[in-house]
Design a protein around this ligand. Structure first.
Ligand code: FBP
Ligand code: MG
Ligand code: MG
Length: 357
């Protein structure tokens, strides 16, 4: 029986009771991830005193300058999870190739994919950041995985979650039985269950989008945002509020807490990149959590969890949150196809049509 004082360990034991054959590896891996998140939380909280503010000398595979904390957080994830025999392999936002497990450690049956520090542009301004993770089964348990083994659609995730390092540190996760939130008790060093079975309201009056990209958006997104901005006197007949934290974890947490809809849509800035966010370790885990909480997650054209990945660091258009809003945005995409089937930018064989949807 779960109560408001249940610890993460107790919660995981309770979940395992539903699967009498379970080996305990998934729980072991989740606890290792939770340990990494606690270590990162400490460094984030120390701020300038922890010596991790500012940029490092390096750029990552995405061509982005790594913050010092990106590097430190990546290291905590690797160190906490590589040794336990639960994982067969890992993919990180910060590493071009899958991480090769040291030879001395046993290979497990899960693959772990993570963004060790999300929203890094917020670190130096002391705004919430987080970590995101996704777990799938390895194709060959006990052996080193091939890179393509990581390219599984998000619907195959067995667990997804994030930690948010805000005024309090929270771990929010799902093992496929709803979404549950744990708050870190700083005295005990334990994650304590503080919200069970989170549900997102079907509708909302709050949206999130980086409006500085407006000139690059497709017609469907232009229309949706214009209608929100028109407020009570427009077709939506209600006033909307807008928020943008520039940290996917923080936006997801807000939507899981009070509802809303988030868009980081495909745009024409760099046509080869269908969106900004990374499929394997940003969009997929968020989409899994959102669906588990009764919301929806779409590329605008299809369900995110159905996208079959083709590359480890693939980017994707991501629209998620209140179910009614997401289906409205999908309809607008549908309609703009019907209206502009022959335009080179938006037609079936145009610039914006890719396998990723
Ligand atoms: O700078 P922009 O375009 O607003 O992008 C913000 C987005 O970039 C991200 O920060 C990317 O994450 P990283 O910090 O892990 O690279 C998302 O969390 C966020 O939604
Ligand atoms: Mg990120
Ligand atoms: Mg990151």
């Amino acid at each position: 029986m779960l109560t408001d004082h249940t610890t993460l360990v107790q919660f995981l034991i309770e979940e395992r009771r539903r699967h009498p054959d379970a080996s305990g590896d998934l729980n072991g891996l989740i606890l290792d991830v939770a340990l990494a998140c606690k270590a990162i939380a400490k460094r984030v909280a120390a701020g300038a005193l922890g010596g991790v503010l500012g940029s490092s000398e390096n750029t990552n595979v995405q061509g982005e300058v790594q913050q010092k904390l990106d590097v430190v957080a990546n290291d905590y994830f690797l160190r906490a999870t590589e040794w336990g025999g639960h994982v067969a392999g890992m993919v990180s936002e910060e590493l071009e190739e899958p991480y090769p497990l040291p030879v001395e450690y046993p290979r497990g049956k899960y693959l772990l994919m993570f963004d060790p520090l999300d929203g890094s542009s917020n670190i130096d301004v002391n705004v919430s950041v987080g970590s995101i993770f996704s777990i799938v089964m390895a194709a060959s348990p006990g052996a080193d995985p091939e890179p393509q083994d990581f390219l599984q659609p998000g619907s195959r995730q067995v667990c997804a979650g994030y930690a948010i390092y805000g005024p309090s540190t929270m771990l929010v996760l799902s093992v496929g039985t709803g979404v549950h939130a744990f708050t870190l008790d700083p005295n005990l060093g334990e994650f304590i269950l503080t919200r069970q079975s989170i549900q997102i309201p079907e509708t909302t009056k709050e949206f999130a989008i980086n409006a500085s990209n407006q000139r690059f958006w497709e017609p469907a997104v232009q229309r949706y945002v214009q209608e929100c901005l028109a407020g009570r006197s427009g077709p939506r007949q209600k006033d909307f509020n807008m928020r943008w934290v520039a940290s996917l974890v923080a936006e997801t947490h807000r939507i899981l807490t009070r509802g809303g809809v988030f868009l980081y849509p495909r745009d024409s800035r760099e046509p080869v990149k269908p969106g900004r966010l990374r499929l394997l370790y940003e969009a997929n885990p968020v989409a899994f959590l959102i669906e588990q909480a009764g919301g929806a997650a779409s590329t605008g054209r299809k369900r995110v969890l159905d996208v079959v990945p083709s590359e480890l660091h693939q980017r994707v258009s991501l629209i998620f949150g209140a179910r009614e809003e997401v289906s409205r945005i999908e309809e607008y995409h549908e309609e703009s196809y019907e209206l502009t089937p022959t335009l080179p930018l938006y037609g079936t064989r145009g610039l914006f049509r890719t396998a990723a949807g």
